[in-house]
Design a protein around this ligand. Structure first.
Ligand code: SF4
Length: 168
């Protein structure tokens, strides 16, 4: 059987909601099914990136919910830089081997993994998570262009549309 050359890199918690901060797993108990089902249905390989907030010293598995400013002051940038370097190496090797990375799938409103939107108080603002900033910087340094999409489980229709567009 031929191996599929299509893949996505996804935020860790899309396959493991146990990774999110306390009280945040409101829509899925374990995996985010629409994303994973989409990959299953279309023979897309899944690369699960490490969770920056778990790996950050001030974070961890049992962490409470914090915002971008708190994480900026508590080491998430350094942790994110290291993960971003490692993941970019991985992506670069895959691309050199002929693999097609359809997208990097992050999680909107995460202070680490949001590609486009964050919360500021009760307002939604356009901003990126710290890990996504570092990953985009690292990809730019290597001259790699990979699309980013942001998942939000409340925006079900939008999530489906974003995933379907990866196949066009
Ligand atoms: S930091 Fe990223 S991978 Fe970790 S729980 Fe938040 S969105 Fe998921």
């Amino acid at each position: 059987m031929n191996r599929s050359g299509k893949c996505v890199f996804i935020s860790h918690c899309l396959l493991a909601q146990v990774a999110v901060a306390k009280g945040l797993a409101k829509f899925s108990p374990a995996i985010v099914k629409p994303v994973i089902q989409f990959c299953l249905d279309n023979d897309i390989n899944i690369f699960q990136m490490p969770c920056p907030e778990i790996h950050c010293e001030a974070g961890g598995v049992e962490r409470d919910l914090h915002g971008k400013v708190w994480y900026e002051n508590n080491g998430l940038r350094k942790t994110s830089q290291q993960i971003a370097k490692d993941q970019t190496n991985y992506m670069s090797n895959l691309i050199s081997a002929g693999t097609s990375i359809l997208a990097i799938i992050g999680v909107e409103f995460s202070p680490a993994c949001a590609p486009t939107y964050l919360n500021k108080g009760r307002t939604i603002i356009k901003d990126k998570g710290i890990y996504i900033e570092e990953l985009q910087q690292e990809l730019k340094l290597r001259g790699l262009q990979i699309p980013f999409i942001g998942i939000n489980q409340r925006w079900h229709k939008k999530m489906k549309k974003q995933l379907d567009e990866l196949l066009i």
